[in-house]
Design a protein around this ligand. Structure first.
Ligand code: AMP
Ligand code: GLY
Length: 422
């Protein structure tokens, strides 16, 4: 069994790390991968959104299964491309078909799906460019702050939350002027939900599903959840407030109706579903769906999977997931993201990373790294994710921070308060 993982971040390193432990896999290829995945498999310089190039490596390297990490190839229809191709149709793709990836690719589609299947979510309306003036009227019916979302994929930057109506109108004008390009052809305006966020994940073969560990991520750049949004600065799992009573509500009000809705729509969803939730005074609401695993959530939830992950995804591919066993480690895992100074704005690249070999009692997942001669250098904003186990959340955080302190590169920055609110 040869497997191809698409993507290049910490999530893909975590998937590679876990699948490399499976005795059922011969070779792992990663496209394009990073310096971390290079130590566990073979990196191939291919863009996951270039489907013809992906096809070439699948045939050239005799690949038997493809796991898609990021959303862009899914939303662009990579799974459908495989199904339609006579040589590729027998190669299973772990990741939904395009019609299902719309749950992430179109906020308007996600909101209408949520509404249709009576799944708790913020009150909303959506507007296209010609009806932006009606959007201004809709704003008047909501209390501030205002949440404005570009409909399409905007690399995690398509959500704006503003304090007053004037700023909301300015924002609508900016979107109308092309701030989010095509992703902003349509906007969703919704009620602001006050609460604490939670990331919940399932893996499904389209018939049954298994609940993966939940996680909380820390999106803001600064301590105390301040400053600009980033891809994620750290994460913890499990999340203490996601107790049995809360997770029962999540299952009954959100996961089960989502699975039923997909079946009703005639969509066979094969892959991961990420429910971005808000816990509003003990009740879960859906903020967003993602058609993939989260990052940095993967760096805490994948280490907690004790079972062979290949066995689970093979169940997804074959449609017999219900008969497979998923065992979860009950210890805590936390991860701290080491980023390039200046991120999420401008930052330098190509700086040598040292100290990775000094870290112990943790797993270091690479995100923005590459190999340059005999060195490992920075190549992105999020550089390394330091994940550690602990009997308590505090123990796991202490281990992550102890190890983070061993690592250095020019202008290194990380948040020192991951888990502060739990
Ligand atoms: P998203 O890209 O949909 O995850 O949104 C980015 C962030 O905006 C979320 O992680 C939340 O912190 C925030 N957000 C999105 N929608 C809402 C909402 N309706 N109420 C409050 N915060 C929201
Ligand atoms: N950590 C949030 C995401 O992956 O979208």
């Amino acid at each position: 069994m040869n497997i191809l993982i698409l993507g290049s971040g910490g999530r893909e390193h975590a998937l590679t790390w876990k699948l490399a432990q499976s005795t059922k896999i011969d070779r792992i290829y990663i496209a394009p991968g990073n310096a971390g995945t290079a130590s566990l498999g073979i990196n191939l310089k291919v863009d996951p959104e270039d489907f013809e190039a992906v096809k070439n490596i699948v045939t050239a390297y005799d690949i038997n299964m493809v796991v898609v990490g990021p959303e862009a190839p899914l939303v662009a229809g990579i799974h459908d491309f495989f199904l339609k191709d006579e040589f590729l149709s027998s190669v299973p793709v772990i990741g939904p078909v395009r019609s299902a990836a719309r749950l992430e690719g179109s906020k308007d589609f996600a909101k209408s799906f949520l509404t249709k299947y009576k799944i708790p979510t913020a009150v909303y309306r959506s507007f296209d460019r010609s009806s932006f003036n009606e959007a201004v009227d809709f704003l008047k019916t909501l209390d501030p702050p205002y949440v404005i979302k570009a409909d399409g994929l905007a690399a995690g930057k398509g959500v704006v939350i503003v304090a007053d109506r004037k700023s909301a109108e300015d924002e609508l004008n900016a979107i109308s002027d092309g701030k989010f390009g095509n992703a902003g052809q349509r906007v969703v305006i919704e009620q602001f939900l006050k609460g604490i966020e939670l990331s919940v994940f399932i893996v499904t073969d389209g018939k049954s599903y298994k609940l993966l560990p939940e996680a909380k991520d820390y999106k803001r750049i600064g301590a105390g959840d301040t400053g600009l949004n980033t891809g994620g600065m750290g994460a913890v799992s499990p999340v203490p407030f996601a107790d049995d009573a809360f997770m029962k509500k999540v299952k009954e009000r959100i996961i089960d109706p989502t699975m039923n809705g997909l079946k009703r729509e005639g969509i066979e969803y094969k892959g991961f579903i990420f429910f971005g939730l808000m816990n509003v005074a003990g009740d879960p609401f859906v903020i967003e769906y993602n058609a993939r695993l989260g990052d940095p959530e993967s760096e805490v939830i994948i280490p907690r999977i004790k079972s062979d992950l290949f066995d689970i995804i093979e169940g997804v591919a074959r449609g017999d997931l219900a008969g497979r066993e998923l065992v979860i480690d009950d210890r805590f895992v936390s991860t701290v993201m080491l980023v390039s100074g200046g991120y999420p704005g401008n930052y330098g690249k190509g700086y040598e990373i040292s100290g990775i070999d000094r870290a112990n009692d943790c797993v270091i997942f690479h995100a923005g790294t590459k190999i340059d001669g005999d060195k490992i250098v920075t190549s992105g904003g999020r550089v390394l994710s330091v994940s550690s186990f602990g009997k308590t959340m505090r123990d796991s955080l202490d281990a992550s921070y102890r190890n983070a302190a061993q690592i250095s590169f020019r202008d290194i920055y990380f948040r020192t308060d991951i888990g502060f609110d739990l």
